[in-house]
Ligand binder design. Sequence first.
Ligand SMILES: [Zn+2]
Length: 603
Amino acid sequence: MKKLVSILMIGFFLVACNNESKKQIEVTETADLIVTNAKVAVMDDNRTFAEAIAVKDGKVLKTGTSEDILKLKGESTKTFNAKGRTIIPGLNDSHLHLTRGGRFFNAEVRWDGVKTLKRALEMLKEQASRTPEGQWVRVIGGWSPFQFEEKRLFTMEELNEATGNVPTYVLFLYSQGYLNQAGLDALGIDENTKAPEGSRFEKGPDGKLTGVLIAEPNPTILYARIGSLPPLTQEEMENGTKQFYRELNSFGITSGIDAGGGGHKFPKDYTGTKALADAGEMPIRLSYFLFPQNKGAEYEEFTEWMETNEVGHNGEIHLDHGYELEGGGEFLAWSAGDFENFLAPQPLLDRDRPTWRKDLKRIVRLHVDNGWPFRIHATYGETISLMLDVFEEVNEETNGKLASKRWLFDHAETVQEKDLMRIKALNGGIAIQARMAYAGEYFVERYGAEKAEQAPPVKKMMELGLPVGAGTDGTRVASYNPWPALYWLITGKTVGDFQLASKENQLTREEALHLYTKGSAWVSNEETVKGTLEEGMYADFAILSDDYFTVPEKRINDLRSILTVVGGKVVYGSEEFSNLNPPLPEVIPNWSPVKYFGGYQSN
Ligand SMILES: [Zn+2]
C-alpha cells in the first residue's frame, strides 16, 4: 500500500515537472518569427493543417492555433498575419538547371507563360529594337507552341519580320532551333555548312537554308549555337543569377537540385552561384550534381572532380545545405544519353552507341568505389532496362555497395513496371519532371495517346513505394515555373491543356505537393531535415497568393508566393510584404530583356 502511494506520488511529481517544464518552454522559448491566421499545410504523414507557425534558429519550433503560437511571442519576435492565406512547405525542384539558368538569365527573352504567338513576336520586335550591335535576341526554351492561343509555331517569315537585321536564335526544347537570316550570316552558316551527325540544317525547295535547325535526335546542333552566342560579363552573370533566384523565390521555391547541363563546366561556369554562396547571400538551398563536358573523357573528368571535391560537404556558409555538392550526373557518359526529343525517333543504345555499356560501367563503378551518389538521365524504358543491367552487374561485383548509396534515374517517361521493381531492388529513386507538359502533343503524335497515359507512370512509382521527387527540368525543356508542373501532375494536362495522363495516373493535390517538397528532398539526402513543417524541420515555407488545395484547377497555374521564407529568413515578399524584399541590384546590362519584361510572363 505504502509502496503504491509513493509510486503515485512520484508519478504526480513527474507529470507536474513535465507540465512545468512545458510551461517554462512555452514561457522561456520565444520564437524569432511567427505567422498567424493562416492555413498551414504541415504535410506530415497525417497531412495536418494548423493555424499558425513559429520559427526559432531557422527551424520550425511549433505549429498550432494562433492563440497557442502567440504564447511564443517575445519582444524581438517578428509576427506576420497571413489573413487566412495558405502556407506550404517550400517547393523543391529536384531537377532544375539553376546555376546555368542564372548564368544566362539576363540575356534571354522568356516566352514562359506567354499566351499568344502575337505577343511572343511583339516581344522579339521590341527586344530587337533595344539590342546593341554585336549582341543577339535569344529565346532559349521553356515554352511550347501549344501554350499559344494560335496553337502553332511561328513561320520563319514571321521571325525575320519581327527581328529584321538583329541576329536572333530561338530554341524549342531540345528538338529544333530557329536562326533568322541575320543570325545565319553572323555565324557564317550557309548551304555548305555541315551539321553534326544525327541533325541537319533545313533547306527549302530552292535548296536555300530556311534557318531551321533540326535535331534528329542529336541536339548538339542546337547546343553549339547557344555556345557560340556572345557571353555576358562576369558581373552581368552574377547579377542574372540573383535575378533568377529571386524569380524562383517568387513562386515559393526554397530549394533546388541542379543537374548540371551541356555547355556548363564545373567549376568555371558556377562562379555566379559560388560568389553568392561565399557572400552568404544564397536565397535558395542548392544542391548540385556534376555533368561531364568532354565526350569520351568523362572518366578522367570525374576522377579529377573526385580527387578535388567532397560530396555532401556543406561549404562553410551561412545556410545549412545552402550550396552543396551531391554527386555525379545527370549525364555520366555521353554515349549513354538518350535525349528527350519526341519530334525524332528515340536512340537505341545497343544499336546506335557501340561503346555505351563499357563507358557507363566504368564511370558508375568509379562513383560506387568513391562513395559518390549519382543520378542519370534516361527518358525511355528501353534505355532504363539496359542501364539496369549495368547497375545490377556493378552492384553484384561490389557486394551490394551500389545499392547502399543514393542513386536515381531522371525523367523515366516510358519506364516499364518490371524495371520499377528492379530500381526498387537496388534502393534507387526517380526524379520526374513536367517535360511532357511542354512536349506531350508531339509524344502522342509519335507514340500514341495510350502510351502517354502512363508517361511517366508516377502513380505506379508511388504505389511501389519508390522515392519520387518532382520538378521541371527547366529552363530549356520546360519552364522553371513550378505551378504548371503541379498542374500537370494533378490534371495530366499539357500547358496547351491537352489531356495526356489517364485518371489512374493523376495525383491528388497533396500527393503532387508531397513530391515537390519531401519527395524532392530525398534526391539530395535531406528528407530528414526539410520538406514538411513538422517541429525541427528547416523553416522553409511560402504564403501563397491563393489556396492551393481548393482553388479551381486551372488557376493552380497562376499561383505565386507572397512571402517566401528560407531558414526563418524572408527571401521574397510581395503585396503587403513587398517591403521585406532583401535588396536586389538593378538588372544589367541595360538592354537585358529581363529589365523590361521580367521573367515568367503572366499575360
Ligand atoms: Zn535530362
